[in-house]
Ligand binder design. Structure first.
Ligand code: SF4
Length: 969
C-alpha cells in the first residue's frame, strides 16, 4: 500500500535562491537531501551549518546505500560481483546464439551491464526492451542484413539480461534494481520521512535521478514529504514537463523571498565587446591567471607566503568540467602562489602514478615486450626490477640500441639480442629488461580468470620499489598500492565465486584496467586541509556553494557542454524508442545549467577559455556567446610577485625570501638577459662560421624555422618510433637504393633508353633487383612483402617500377646517359629581387637523364605526395645547378627540358614541375627567391616557431621543446 505523502516542486529563479531554499526546506531532523556528488555535499554542508543535526546530504548512490542500511536486508552485490555474474550470463546466452556476429568479450559485457542499468533506471523491463526494439526496427525484415543483425543482437542482449536477473536473484545479494523492488515492499527502520531532491533528472543533469528513482520516492513506504528544488532555467529545458508526467498531481510553489541577484562579468582590458572572456594559452595559464588575481602585491608574510588581504575575505570557486588537469596543476600554480585551496575529495585511482605503473606492466605483456614498454618499466620510479637499478644513461643507450636493431617486441629476439649485447653502457639495462621480461612472461598464457588475477597481484607485490620513510610521496604511494591491490583482489574473488573462465592476458588486463578506471582515490585525508578561500570544483558541486567570485575555466568545445556518450549497441533513433533523451534536450539543459552557474556568484564572474591542449589547437565553447551580464573591465595590474619565479620581476630583483637552491638558480637567471629579448624567441644570432645547408634542410626551414633549428642546429634526436611498417625515411632510402641499383644495372647492360620494345626486359631486371635488395635488407617478413608489392605491383594495381618505366617508354627522345644520385654540391648562382648572388648548397638529385636532343630530364622520387608547385624547392634548385654544371658535359651543353616528380601517393604518378615556358620561369624564379630569403634569415640566426601550417605541430617531433610563441597567450 502506498502511504500518503506530499510532493512539492519549488521553483527558484536562480542558484542564490536555490541554495537558500534548500537550506530552508532541509530544516527537519532526519531529512535526506539528494545532491549530485560528494563535493556538492560538502559545499551544501557549509550552507546548512544552522540546520538541525541528523540531516543527511547524499548523492544518488549514497542514497541507495543509506536506504539499504535501513532495510537490514541481504548484502549488496559489489560492482565486481555484478560484472562476473553478467559475464556468466552473457556467455550462457551466447551459447544459445551460435551465429552471433561478435565475440562476447569482458569489455563488451561491461558495456552491456551499463546499458542494462540504464534501461532499468528508465523503468524498462527486459521483456519490453526486446519488443520495443523489434517494433522500432519494424519486425522481421528479410534481406536487410543490418536490421537482421540488430534483431539478432537484441535477442542475445535480452536473453543475457534475463539470465543475469535470474543469477543475481540466485546469488542472494541485491543489486540496485532488486533493492529498489524491495524498498517499495518493505518499511524502513527508521523510515525516510522527508526527502529533498536538488538534482534534476538524468537528461538535464549527468548525476541526476532516473524515472525509476522518482517512482521509488513516490511509492516507498514511510515517505511523508518530497521537496524537489529546481531553477526556472532547468525546468524550462524540458525537466518541468517530464516531472509532471512522472509525478502527476505535483504541487508547485515559487520562491519569491528575495530579489534576483546578478554578479558582474569581469572582462579583460581591451577585450572586444563580443568576446567578454579571457583567452589563455593553456589550462596552466588559466590557473596562473587565478593565482595572480588572488595573490596581490604586498601580501607575503615573513616566510614569503602569500596572504589574501585582510578585509577582503572573498571566497572564489574555480569551476571546471574536467577535474583532472586542474587538480594536478593546482599545486604548481595556486599552491606555488601560497593560496589555500580546496579540491574535490576524490581523484580517479587510474590517475595515480602507482596505477600508471600497473599499466606499464600490463602494456609490456600485451605488447609482447615492446621497446617502449621495456624502457618505460626500467625508467619507472615505482618499480624495483633489479638492485641496484640501471643508470638513466644506460637505459637511454639501451633504448637507442633496441631501436637501431629494429627490435619490435619479441621475448625470444630480446634473449638473442641481450646474449650478444656489445654496448657496455647499456648492458645493465639490457640485463634488467631481460629479467623483468622473464618474470612477466608466465602472465602471457591462458589461465582461469581468478588464477591470472592472483598471479598478477603477487607479481605486483614483489615488484613495487620499497618505500622509504623520508620519501615525500611514500604515504600516498602506499595508499594507492593498497587501493590497487584491493581492486585486483575484489575482482579475483568475484570471478572465483561467480564465473571463472579461461582468460587470455588481454582479458585479464582489460578487466584490471576497467576496474581501476572505475575506482576513485581520496588524495588527502580531510584533516590535512587548511581553511581554504579558493575552491576547485566541478560545475555540479559549484551550484551548491556560495561564492563571492566564480571563475569558469576550460570553456572549450566538447567540454562545455560535454560531448554525449555514445551507446555502442544502438543508434540514437532506436534508443529514442527506449526513452533515451535526444541531443537537443541534453544541449538545452546543459545551456540552462551553464547560464545558472555564471549568474551564481555574489560579486563577479569571469569566463576563461584557452587555445592549446596537448600541443594541439582547440576551439572555444559556443556557450560563451550565450552569456548576458553587465561587465566590469579588469584593469591590467602592474606585475607583482606571486610565484617564486616572480622575484625576478622586481627591479632590482629581490631574492631574499627564496630558499638556498631556488636562490642559486634565480641568481643565475638574473645574471642572464631579459626573457623578452629575441634570443628567447627563436633568434640565435649569426652563426660563428657560415655552413653549407642541404636543400631539404632549407625546405624544413620553410616548413617551420624552429623545427630547422632543433634538427639541424641543435641536432636534437627525434624520438625513435617502432612501426610494423617501415618509417617513411627508411622506406625512402630503400626505394631510392632499388632504383639506383636498377638503372646502374640497366646502363651497364648497354640497353640505353627504356622503350616499348624492351619494357619486358626492364620489368624482368627490375624484379631481380628488387629481390636482391630485399634479401640484403633486414626487413621483417611483413615489411618485405609490403615493399615487394609496392615496387612490383599486384593483380589489383601496378607497382612503382611500372610507373617509372612507362614514363620513359612513352617519351620519344632517347636517353643517352643517366646520372644517378647526381650530387649537388657547390656554388649556385641565383637571381633574386636584390640581384644576382652566389650561394653554396648541397643535395642529391635522384636521377638526371641526358637526352639525345641536348636537354636533360630531372626526376625526383617522392614516397608521399608531391609538393605544391609554389613551394617546390628541390627540383628547381637541382635543375638550376645541373644547367650551370652541364654546359660542357662530354663536349655538349645540356639544358633543362623536363623536371617531374614520380610521386607514389596522390592521383597521378608523374607530376611535372612545369608544363609551359611561362610556368617554368615562374617556378624557377620563386624557388630562387625563397632560397635566398631563407638563407638570409638562417644567416641572421632567425628561427622563430612559425610553421607554415599550424597543423604541422601535431606531428612535429620537436613539439616538446618548442614553446609555440605564435599561439596567443
Ligand atoms: S611544434 Fe610547430 S612551431 Fe614548434 S617546431 Fe614543430 S612545427 Fe614548429
Amino acid at each position: 500500500m502506498i502511504t500518503p505523502r506530499r510532493t512539492r516542486l519549488i521553483r527558484v529563479p536562480d542558484l542564490h535562491a536555490f541554495r537558500r531554499v534548500i537550506s530552508h526546506v532541509s530544516d527537519r531532523p532526519g531529512a535526506i537531501v539528494v545532491v549530485p556528488n560528494r563535493a556538492a555535499a560538502r559545499q551544501l554542508a557549509r550552507n546548512l551549518s544552522r540546520s538541525p543535526a541528523g540531516v543527511l546530504v547524499l548523492s544518488r548512490d549514497e542514497l541507495y546505500d543509506e536506504l539499504h542500511s535501513r532495510l537490514r536486508g541481504p548484502r549488496r552485490l559489489t560492482t565486481y560481483e555484478r560484472e562476473a555474474i553478467a559475464q556468466a550470463a552473457a556467455v550462457h546466452a551466447a551459447q544459445a546464439a551460435p551465429d552471433l556476429p561478435f565475440r562476447v568479450r569482458p569489455g563488451l559485457v561491461s558495456e552491456m551491464i551499463k546499458f542494462y542499468d540504464q534501461l532499468r533506471r528508465q523503468s524498462q523491463a527486459v521483456e519490453r526492451f526486446g519488443e520495443l526494439i523489434e517494433e522500432a526496427i519494424g519486425g522481421e525484415t528479410p534481406g536487410d542484413r543490418g536490421a537482421e543483425r540488430l534483431l539478432q543482437q537484441t535477442r542475445f542482449i535480452a536473453q543475457a539480461f534475463s539470465e543475469y536477473e535470474a543469477r543475481a536473484r540466485a546469488s542472494g545479494g541485491f543489486d540496485e534494481h532488486l533493492l529498489r523492488a524491495r524498498l517499495i515492499e518493505v518499511a524502513l527502520s527508521p523510515p525516510a520521512r522527508h526527502i529533498v531532491v536538488t538534482v534534476a533528472d538524468w537528461i538535464a543533469d549527468p548525476d541526476g535521478l532516473f524515472v525509476a528513482d522518482f517512482d521509488l520516492l513516490a511509492r516507498m513506504p514511510g515517505v511523508e514529504t518530497i521537496d524537489i528544488v529546481s531553477t526556472d532555467a532547468t525546468l524550462a529545458s524540458g525537466f518541468h514537463e517530464r516531472l509532471h508526467e512522472w509525478l502527476p498531481g505535483l504541487d508547485e510553489s515559487t520562491d519569491v523571498t528575495a530579489a534576483p541577484s546578478r554578479p558582474s562579468l569581469t572582462v579583460p582590458a581591451g577585450a572586444p565587446p563580443e568576446q567578454p572572456w579571457f583567452t589563455r594559452r593553456d589550462r596552466e595559464e588559466e590557473l596562473i591567471g587565478v593565482a595572480r588575481r588572488y595573490a596581490p602585491e604586498g601580501s607575503h608574510d615573513a616566510a614569503g607566503q602569500v596572504l589574501l588581504p585582510l578585509g577582503d575575505l572573498v571566497t572564489t570557486a574555480v569551476v571546471y568540467k574536467r577535474p583532472l588537469p586542474y587538480l594536478y596543476l593546482a599545486p604548481a600554480t595556486l599552491g606555488a602562489a601560497g593560496i589555500e585551496y580546496d579540491t574535490a575529495d576524490t581523484l580517479p585511482l587510474a590517475a595515480e602514478p602507482t596505477a600508471a605503473a600497473v599499466d606499464l606492466l600490463l602494456d609490456a605483456v600485451e605488447s609482447g615486450f615492446s621497446r617502449e614498454s621495456l624502457v618505460a618499466m626500467l625508467r619507472s620510479p615505482h618499480l624495483r626490477i633489479v638492485d641496484p637499478p640501471p643508470s638513466a644513461a644506460g637505459i637511454s643507450a639501451f633504448d637507442r640500441g633496441l631501436s637501431e636493431k629494429r627490435y619490435l617486441g619479441d621475448p625470444v629476439r630480446l634473449e638473442q639480442l641481450v646474449a650478444v649485447w656489445h654496448d657496455d653502457a647499456a648492458r645493465d639495462a639490457a640485463q634488467a629488461a631481460l629479467a623483468i621480461t622473464r618474470r612477466l612472461m608466465p602472465l602471457g598464457g591462458k589461465a582461469p580468470a581468478s588464477a591470472s588475477l592472483g598471479r598478477l597481484a603477487s607479481l605486483l607485490a614483489e615488484l613495487w620499489r620499497p618505500l622509504v620513510a623520508d620519501d615525500h610521496f611514500a604515504i600516498r604511494d602506499q595508499r594507492a598500492r593498497a587501493a590497487v591491490a584491493e581492486v585486483v583482489e575484489a575482482l579475483r574473488a568475484a570471478h572465483a565465486t561467480y564465473h571463472d573462465p579461461e582468460w587470455t592476458f588481454a582479458d585479464a588486463a582489460g578487466a584490471v584496467r576497467r576496474s581501476i578506471e572505475a575506482s576513485t582515490f581520496a588524495a588527502a585525508p580531510l584533516e590535512e586541509r587548511a581553511a581554504p578561500r579558493v575552491f576547485l570544483l566541478d560545475d555540479q558541486a559549484a551550484r551548491y556553494g556560495s561564492f563571492d567570485d566564480v571563475i569558469v575555466v576550460g570553456l572549450i568545445e566538447n567540454e562545455w557542454p560535454e560531448a554525449g556518450v555514445r551507446n555502442i549497441f544502438y543508434p540514437p533513433a532506436l534508443l529514442k524508442a527506449l526513452g533515451w533523451p535526444s541531443e537537443r534536450d541534453r544541449h538545452a539543459a546543459a545551456e540552462a545549467r551553464f547560464l545558472d552557474l555564471v549568474a551564481s556568484a555574489a560579486r563577479s564572474t569571469a569566463l576563461s577559455t584557452f587555445t592549446l591542449e596537448d600541443e594541439a589547437l582547440v576551439t572555444r565553447s559556443a556557450l560563451l556567446d550565450e552569456v548576458r551580464l553587465s561587465t566590469t573591465v579588469e584593469e591590467p595590474a602592474a606585475p607583482v610577485p606571486v610565484f617564486d619565479a616572480d622575484a625576478l620581476l622586481r627591479e632590482p630583483p629581490n631574492l631574499d625570501h627564496l630558499g638556498p637552491e631556488p636562490r642559486e638558480w634565480a641568481a643565475l637567471r638574473v645574471s642572464r638577459p631579459s626573457a623578452d629579448r629575441p634570443e628567447f624567441h627563436g633568434v640565435s644570432g649569426p652563426p660563428p662560421k657560415p655552413r653549407v645547408w642541404s636543400v631539404s634542410g632549407i625546405e624544413t626551414y620553410l616548413d617551420c624555422p624552429f623545427k630547422f633549428f632543433a634538427r639541424y642546429v641543435l641536432k636534437l634526436d627525434e624520438e625513435p618510433e617502432d612501426e610494423e611498417v617501415m618509417d617513411p625515411r627508411r622506406q625512402g632510402q630503400f626505394v631510392h637504393a632499388v632504383f639506383e641499383d636498377f638503372f646502374r644495372a640497366w646502363q651497364e647492360s648497354g640497353q640505353g633508353a627504356i622503350t616499348p620494345a624492351n619494357l619486358d626486359e626492364a620489368r624482368g631486371l627490375f624484379e631481380s633487383v628488387v629481390d636482391r635488395q630485399l634479401e640484403a635488407a633486414t626487413f621483417s617478413e611483413a615489411e618485405a612483402g609490403l615493399e615487394r608489392t609496392r615496387l612490383l605491383g599486384s593483380p589489383a594495381a601496378s607497382g612503382l617500377g611500372e610507373a617509372v618505366f612507362r614514363m620513359e617508354a612513352e617519351r620519344p627522345v632517347p636517353v643517352v646517359e643517366r646520372l644517378l644520385e647526381y650530387a649537388v654540391d657547390g656554388n649556385l648562382t641565383v637571381n633574386t629581387p636584390g640581384g644576382v648572388r652566389t650561394v653554396a648548397l648541397r643535395g642529391k638529385a635522384d636521377r638526371l637523364d641526358l637526352l639525345d636532343d641536348g636537354t636533360f630530364r630531372l626526376i625526383d622520387y617522392k614516397l608521399g605526395w608531391p609538393p605544391d608547385r609554389g613551394r617546390a624547392l628541390q627540383l628547381p634548385l637541382y635543375a638550376l645547378f645541373a644547367e650551370q654544371r652541364l654546359d660542357s658535359h662530354r663536349g655538349r651543353r645540356y639544358v633543362l627540358g623536363e623536371a617531374a616528380y614520380l610521386a607514389f601517393k596522390g592521383p597521378r604518378r608523374v607530376v611535372p614541375l612545369f608544363s609551359s615556358p611561362a610556368q617554368r620561369a615562374d617556378v624557377m624564379s620563386k624557388a630562387q627567391e625563397r632560397l635566398s630569403a631563407a638563407l638570409d634569415a638562417i644567416g641572421r640566426g632567425e628561427f622563430p616557431p612559425t610553421p607554415d601550417d599550424v597543423y604541422r605541430c601535431e606531428s612535429c617531433s620537436f613539439a616538446a621543446v618548442c614553446r609555440k610563441d605564435y599561439v596567443d597567450s
